[in-house]
Ligand binder design. Structure first.
Ligand SMILES: [Zn+2]
Ligand SMILES: [Zn+2]
Ligand SMILES: [Zn+2]
Length: 256
């Protein structure tokens, strides 16, 4: 299979998404369009471009109710400044939803969770503990008791391994969990680029991709130096990058 330059290789909607807390007063929490947004009148924590978008954001109904009933209502706005907390809460709400799409749930459960790496990663475990504690305050302890410790680590791991920043131009406006995008191999010199239309992800070939190549995407910012990229990839995704840029084949070719 080969792809022409600018050809769309993948189009995908996120399984779960969350608006970025810094951008949530400029972009709609459901359609992710840059618009004149209004706060949800019930919880005053989420912002939508229209009543329709507010109604379509079904996960929000559950969190909204919890935000309203929370005994520490004042602290919620501080907790919601953490984008991973927003996404993890929404993920836990979706997987416990009575009418969750069983195929989608099964696909989520089949994703790699890097469990063994996460349990050894103190920083990650501390982050999970702090997020879970805050979710317990927001939703009540009863909600958290539905999950074993192992489940929480595994769900958190799947989220971390499959989350992608949703962008509007160069600005990150949210995060989403995408099943198919992460099947693409990473390369620091990727031959494909991710674009967004709202929260819908499009991966397009940024040059001709021949039959003997696979489409690749980059999981890191292009502004990072060689060593910063390698540290970032190892810390975030637990792998040593051996793409052509990192393994130096480009440099060898240039010398030849
Ligand atoms: Zn909207
Ligand atoms: Zn609300
Ligand atoms: Zn690399």
């Amino acid at each position: 299979m080969f792809f022409k330059k600018d050809q769309t290789i993948l189009e995908e909607k996120p399984f779960v998404f969350a608006i970025d807390p810094i951008q949530n007063k400029k972009y709609c929490g459901f359609c992710f369009q840059n618009a004149n947004v209004k706060e949800c009148p019930s919880c005053e924590q989420f912002y939508y471009c229209s009543r329709k978008c507010g109604h379509l954001d079904l996960i929000h109904k559950k969190e909204c109710k919890a935000f309203r009933n929370c005994s520490e209502r004042e602290s919620i706005k501080y907790m919601l400044r953490i984008d991973l907390l927003r996404l993890f809460l929404r993920l836990l709400l979706v997987v416990t939803e009575k009418d969750v799409n069983p195929t989608e749930l099964a696909r989520f459960k089949s994703l790699t969770d890097e469990y063994d790496n996460i349990v050894k990663d103190k920083e990650r475990i501390n982050q999970l503990n702090s997020i879970s504690a805050n979710i317990g305050i927001i939703m009540g302890q009863e909600f958290l008791r539905q999950f074993s410790e192992k489940d929480l680590i595994s769900y958190f791991g799947r989220m971390l391994m499959h989350k992608i920043a949703i962008k509007s131009g160069e600005i990150s406006i949210g995060i989403g969990i995408y099943f198919n995008a992460r099947k693409f191999q990473h390369s620091c010199e990727a031959n494909s680029t991710m674009y967004f239309s709202g929260s819908r992800l499009l991966i397009k070939a940024n040059r001709l991709i021949t039959q003997d190549e696979s489409p690749t995407i980059s999981l890191c910012e292009s502004s990072l130096s060689d060593s910063e990229r390698r540290i970032f990839l190892k810390k975030s995704f637990y792998f040593d990058c051996n793409c052509s840029k990192c393994s130096g084949t480009q440099a060898i070719k240039a010398v030849m």
